[in-house]
Every structure is written in C-alpha cells, then in structure tokens.
Design a binder for this molecule. Structure first.
Ligand code: ADP
Ligand code: 5GP
Length: 188
C-alpha cells in the first residue's frame, strides 16, 4: 500500500520549519522529502539531509532527464525541486511523505496528487509580525528580508488555493491544529 502526502507551504518567516520539526517527531509515520537545490549549504547543513546540493548544471541535467516532479526558481538563480525518487524512497519505507516547498510548488504538488495529498498554508498573523520574525531569526540581511517580504505579499494572495490555512499566531496552538489536520487526513 502506498502512503499519503502532506504539503506544507508558507511565506518565509511564517514558522513553517518550526511546525515541520514538531510534526516529524509526533509519530505520524511522516518522512521528510529532501529536495534538490542549487543554493549553497548554510551552517551545519549536510548533503542528503536538509537538501541534495547540486550545481546549476547538475540540476538542469536532472530536470532534462525527467527526475523532478516539480521545480521552481524560488529566489533569483536559486533552483529548488522535488525528486521523484524521494517519494518512492519514502513510500518504500511504508511512510507518508512530508513536503516543505514554496507556495507555487505546494499548489503544483496538490494538483498532481489530488486526494492523496493534504495541502496546508501557514499564515503569519500580520505582515508586520512576519517582518519582526525574519529580523529576530537573524539569518537574513536587511535587503534579503525586504525581498522575502515582497514575495510574501504575493504568496498571501494564493493562500485560498490550499486545502487548509493555519494562522501561526500562538505557536503551540498552530502546531496542534496542523497535527490534528494531518493525523485525521492520514487516518481516513
Ligand atoms: P519559515 O520556515 O516559515 O521561514 P521559521 O520556522 O524559521 O519560519 O520561523 C521564523 C522565526 O519565527 C523563527 O525564529 C521562529 O522561532 C519564530 N516563530 C515561529 N513561530 C512563531 C510564533 N508563533 N510566534 C513567535 N515566533 C515564532
Ligand atoms: P531555504 O533556502 O530557506 O531552505 O528555502 C527557501 C524556500 O524554498 C522555502 O520556501 C522552501 O519551502 C522552498 N523549497 C524547498 N524545497 C523546495 C522544492 O523542492 N520545491 C519548491 N518548489 N520549493 C522548495
């Protein structure tokens, strides 16, 4: 029997990674789909764990060979995509796939997998709070933060294309809500 798929998308800084970390340790048989990217590893990131780090040339070759089910230029000259082999790998373990993808990628994956997938949009309580979180996280320069905010404004308009919208105001409440949605989807 094949597993199901959970798609989590959000504007950068909304709290997606935090919520995904929580979900992965809750015993739902979810396994993280490791994407391919052309961006450089950050901090302690290891090839094959957070991402498969590829050169632009390698990435384009994989696209040509039809190895990716979806891909996007998420930021300028930074390509990200989902490998078909990841989905097969996770299903072969008897697990359900968990995707952390950008908003367009989330919509594309939902269109591909339809009722086998649940798509969840994590919404920040306000743009002001989104900016505050990006600044507090301390991982981006002011100009990168500006870019992320501009992108977020466009992404927020696509939220209603997702199966569910979860507002991440109080973190614990948002985590519980996402857990409830995913666990009941997986059970049915
Ligand atoms: P994303 O993966 O969507 O870019 P992160 O999970 O990295 O976002 O969260 C961005 C920052 O906001 C992090 O520093 C995180 O600890 C913080 N954060 C996440 N959720 C909340 C929340 N509900 N309230 C306050 N801060 C939060
Ligand atoms: P970061 O560089 O901060 O790890 O990720 C940047 C953005 O790329 C995030 O919004 C993340 O969800 C998105 N992303 C990661 N992997 C993929 C993927 O395989 N496909 C798409 N479309 N987006 C991805």
């Amino acid at each position: 029997m094949k597993g199901k798929l959970t798609i989590i998308s959000a504007p950068s800084g909304a709290g997606k990674s935090t919520i995904i970390k929580y979900l992965l340790k809750e015993g739902l048989n979810l396994e993280f789909s490791v994407s391919a990217t052309t961006r450089a590893p950050r901090g302690e990131e290891k090839d094959g764990k957070e991402y498969y780090f590829l050169s632009a040339k390698e990435f384009k070759n994989r696209v040509k060979k039809g190895d990716l089910i979806e891909w996007e230029e998420v930021y300028k000259d930074q390509l990200y995509g989902t490998l078909k082999s990841e989905i097969e790998r996770i299903w072969s373990h008897g697990n359900h796939v968990l995707f952390d993808v950008d908003v367009k990628g989330g919509i594309n994956l939902k269109n591909i997998f339809k009722h086998k997938a649940i798509s969840i949009f994590i919404m920040p309580p306000s743009m002001k709070e989104l900016e505050r979180r990006l600044i507090a996280r301390g991982t981006d320069t002011p100009s990168k933060i500006k870019m992320r905010i501009a992108k977020a404004e466009k992404e927020m308009k696509l939220a209603d294309q997702f199966d569910n919208i979860v507002i991440n105001n109080r973190l614990e409440q948002a985590e519980n809500e996402v857990y409830r949605l995913v666990s009941s989807f997986i059970r049915t």
